[in-house]
Structure formats: C-alpha cells, structure tokens
Ligand binder design. Structure first.
Ligand SMILES: N#Cc1ccccc1-c1cc(NCCCN2CCCCC2)c2ccccc2n1
Length: 196
C-alpha cells in the first residue's frame, strides 16, 4: 500500500518494453499536468522475463517523442511464484539494439536488470494490464499471494470508446504504436478523472 493519501498504479504487459511503459509515461504526464503526480506511485512491469533490463522499444520511444511525452523505464518482470524469481538477467546489460537507438536520439543510459518482489501485489492499489493473456496470467499469479489487495483490471475497461483490448504491437509498425498511444491517452485520462 502506498503512503497514506497516495494512490498507486502498476501498468503491465507481456514484455514491459512496448505497451506498459507507454501507459506509465502517459499517465505520469497527465498526473503531472494535473498537479497531482506527488499523490501517485506509478510504475510498469512485465508478466514475462523476455526483456528484463532492456529500454523501451525504439518505436514506442519515437512515438512518445513525437507527442512530447517523456519516457524513462527499465523493463522489469514481477514473478509471483512460490519459488525464486528468474535470475537469468541479473546485471545483464541492455539489448544492443535498444542502446544504439537511444544513442541515436542522444540519450545515454546505463540500464541494469532489476529483480521484482511479491510486494507488487500487496503494494499497488491498481494493476492495469493490456489484454486477456496479461489478465489471466496476473490472476493466476495473484492466487499465489496471500491477502493481496490490488485491483487487477484491463486498462481498456476505462476506454470511453469501449476498445477493451490494447493489442501487442511487437510485430507491428509505427501505426500500431500510435494506436496503443491513443488508447492509453483515452484510458489514462478516464482512470485519472475517476480517481481524482
Ligand atoms: N511471445 C509472443 C508474442 C506473440 C504474439 C505477438 C507478440 C508476441 C511478442 C513476442 C516478443 N518477443 C519475441 C519472443 C520472445 N521469446 C518467446 C519465447 C521465450 C523466449 C522469448 C515480445 C517481446 C517484448 C514485448 C512483447 C513481445 N510480444
């Protein structure tokens, strides 16, 4: 649970390099522009270990840059299993393609994979994910954590245009990232208004 008076939201997708960092950045900018960012703990994470430690996808970075939305995130996975979390990527350096892309945009960065804890399920008020796979994976993991209190929902359930699913753009093109961005803007706006 966040400190008293603050709220907390964790955005989740499969790899935490495409959709959830965009949602996190969009929500953070909206909360900042509304003067309430200090009342929120905002983060994003993955259901998988695919991209731990890597920077956000360069197509997402380009999309956000085009919309003037700052984005800084290190992909992390939160494993809610009884056993240990994956240590395959501890101290791994980021994907070379991501680093090259950031350097091209003049952004130097020193990412490191970071481990997750079970605390996410106890410490976030809201866990908002992108598609049915994320939702079923999160609900499956939630069963492994006693007395977790997070509300696990589809981010798309807040969309006034009722587009429930935010599709994975990983194999897509810039247009697909643009669609993710537009959906995140609609949903995050409605979510923030509902919690203000
Ligand atoms: N999986 C799937 C999938 C299915 C449909 C559409 C997109 C994806 C897809 C694939 C990715 N990485 C390629 C496969 C990774 N390897 C899969 C086997 C285990 C070792 C890792 C993604 C990476 C980051 C963010 C989103 C991604 N989404």
């Amino acid at each position: 649970m966040a400190a008293t008076g603050t709220k907390s939201v964790l955005f989740v997708c499969l790899g935490n390099i495409c959709r959830s960092p965009i949602a996190e950045a969009v929500f953070r900018k909206m909360a900042t522009d509304a003067g309430v960012v200090d009342k929120w703990r905002i983060d994003s994470a993955a259901t998988s270990t695919y991209e731990i430690g890597n920077p956000p996808d360069h197509r997402g970075q380009a999309c956000m840059k085009g919309h003037g939305v700052p984005m800084k995130h290190v992909a992390r996975q939160w494993v809610i299993d009884s056993g240990a979390t994956s240590d395959w990527n501890i101290d791994s350096s980021p994907d070379a393609r991501g680093l090259a892309c950031l350097r091209k945009h003049g952004i130097e960065t020193s990412h490191r994979a970071r481990q997750v804890t079970k605390d996410d399920f106890m410490s976030f008020d809201y866990i908002l994910c992108m598609d049915e796979n994320n939702l079923s994976e999160l609900n499956r993991k939630a069963k492994l954590v006693k007395n977790h209190h997070s509300k696990i929902e589809l981010l798309g359930s807040y969309d006034p245009q009722k587009q429930l699913i935010i599709e994975d753009p990983y194999y897509g093109c810039d247009k697909d990232f643009e669609k993710v961005y537009e959906q995140c803007v609609r949903c995050c706006k409605a979510f923030l208004e509902m919690n203000s």
